[in-house]
Design a protein around this ligand. Sequence first.
Ligand code: TIU
Length: 222
Amino acid sequence: MTLAAVDAQPAPIAIDPARTALVVIDMQRDFLEPGGFGETLGNDISLLAAAVEPCRALIAGFRRHGMLVIHTREGHRPDLSDAPRAKVERGEPRLRIGAQGPMGRILVRGEAGHDIIPALYPIDGEPVIDKPGKGAFHATDLHQILLNDDVEYLVVCGVTTEVCVHTTVREANDRGYRCIVPGDCCASYFPEFHEVGLRMISAQGGIFGWVTDSTRILAALG
Ligand code: TIU
């Protein structure tokens, strides 16, 4: 076993690459692309675009080292039977989950906007987790997949920092995973939430995990 030392906050962390997975959260067209759901809601999607190239480089590094890459997509069954009313009944009715959006029905599986952006598209063999919630563990088989592969370290990136990335990191932390979050591979529609979200992870001695960036992880992997 060769450990890789990753420079991070609040302290460096030694990871075992053979027991490390990259989890790329919800890099979906509806959140990131012009004309998508995120932009329709009035958000500045250029804030999210900044994370794409760092994510691409990190994914490429994991693939080069033969390490596990997992992708998630937030969305629901077409009949919305798995979408809680508390989640659906929010905001303007014409912009709700299941409504017709610019790239198909909003956050519905199988619609164009629900899919992952071409720049970060999964390759054969990489698990894609379709998740109905914010966290990637809720009502999915992610935990079982990680257990079966003996994974202990999770590098978690994607969008948005304070919503689906944060919820996933918190879920993972409670399940005993050591989470490392590369801040440059995450983004939010609210820059201040991104900054504070990262600080919340590494505060208090790393209460939810470690914060670093993609170049430090790639340097550690060699
Ligand atoms: N993936 C994810 O974060 N879903 C969201 O709805 N995020 C928002 O910031 N709205």
